[in-house]
Design a protein around this ligand. Structure first.
Ligand code: PGA
Length: 262
C-alpha cells in the first residue's frame, strides 16, 4: 500500500514571525502521527527557522526550488547542499508557476531533478496542463512530454525518492476552476501508465502521485479517496493551520480505510 503525502507549499508567503507560528501550529497538530507523510515547504528565508521548529517532529522540511549546481557564481540561487544544510528532505521542482511565470523549460527542470536526487533529496516533480491545452485535448501529450523530459536519465536507485504531483494549471489558486475527482483520477492513471512504460510496472505501482490545485478541507476527502491519488500538494490551504490539519486528518482517515481493505 502506498502512503499518502500531505505537503504544504507556502509559496512567496510568510515573514519569519508568521512562519514560526504556522510551523509550531502544524507540529502541535500533527503530534506523533505516522499514518501519512507530512512536509511543509516555506520560502528560503524561513527554512532555517522552520527547520529548527520541526526537529524531532513528524513533519519534514521541504524547499520550493533549487539551482542545479553544488556551489559557485550563481547570484541569487540556492544549491542542494544549502538545502540539506538547513534540514530539507524534500524539494518541489517544475511547479507551474516556475514553468509559466519564470520560463523554466523541461530540460532545465530535468537538470534540477537529477542534481536533487543525486544529493539525496526527495523530489516532488509537478506536471500539469493549462486550460487551453485541456480544451484542445492535449492533456495526455503535455503530461507525457513533462514526464519524459523531466525524468530523462534517472537511475532506478533514485526512483524511491521521487513523487509526482499532478497540478492542472487551470485549477491552481483562485481561478474559479476545480478539477473534479474523476478528472484527477484519470490524469493520475495517465501518469502512472506512462511512468510504467518508462521505468517498469513495479516502479509505477510504488510511485506516489499527489494532486494539487485548490484542495481545501471540503474537497480533500473526495480527492484522497480516489484510486491512485496518493496525497495532496497544498498551496492556499497550507497557510492556515486549521485547514492544513483538516486535510491531514482526511489523509489519515483515508489511509486507515485503505489499510483495512487490504
Ligand atoms: P493551491 O496551490 O492549493 O493554492 O491551488 C497548489 C499548488 O500550487 O501547489
Amino acid at each position: 500500500m502506498r502512503k499518502k503525502f500531505i505537503i504544504g507549499n507556502w509559496k512567496m508567503h510568510t515573514t519569519t514571525a508568521e512562519a514560526g507560528r504556522l510551523a509550531k501550529a502544524v507540529v502541535d497538530g500533527v503530534g506523533m502521527e505516522k499514518h501519512v507523510v507530512i512536509a511543509i515547504c516555506p520560502p528560503f528565508t524561513c527554512l532555517a527557522l522552520v527547520g529548527e521548529i520541526l526537529k524531532g517532529s513528524h513533519v519534514s522540511l521541504g524547499a520550493q526550488n533549487l539551482y542545479p549546481e553544488k556551489e559557485g557564481a550563481f547570484t541569487g540561487e540556492i544549491s542542494p547542499t544549502m538545502l540539506l544544510d538547513v534540514g530539507c528532505k524534500y524539494v518541489i521542482l517544475g511547479h507551474s508557476e516556475r514553468r509559466h511565470k519564470l520560463g523554466e523549460t523541461d530540460g532545465f527542470i530535468n537538470q534540477k531533478v537529477l542534481v536533487a536526487l543525486a544529493a539525496s533529496l526527495n523530489v516532488i516533480l509537478c506536471v500539469g496542463e493549462t486550460l487551453d491545452q485541456r480544451k484542445a485535448g492535449q492533456t495526455e501529450t503535455v503530461l507525457d512530454r513533462q514526464l519524459v523530459h523531466g525524468l530523462a536519465g534517472l537511475s532506478a536507485d533514485t526512483l524511491p525518492r521521487l513523487i509526482v504531483a499532478y497540478e492542472p494549471v487551470w485549477a491552481i489558486g483562485s481561478t474559479g476552476h476545480h478539477a473534479a475527482p474523476p478528472q484527477v483520477q484519470e490524469a493520475h492513471a495517465v501518469i502512472r501508465r506512462r511512468f510504467g512504460q518508462m521505468f517498469g510496472e513495479k516502479a509505477a505501482q510504488s510511485l506516489p502521485i499527489q494532486y494539487g490545485g485548490s484542495v481545501k478541507p471540503d474537497n480533500a476527502a473526495a480527492l484522497l479517496s480516489r484510486q491512485g491519488v496518493d496525497g495532496t500538494l497544498l498551496g492556499g490551504a497550507s497557510l492556515i493551520a486549521d485547514q492544513f490539519m483538516a486535510i491531514v486528518r482526511a489523509g489519515i482517515s483515508e489511509s486507515r480505510t485503505e489499510e483495512q481493505s487490504t
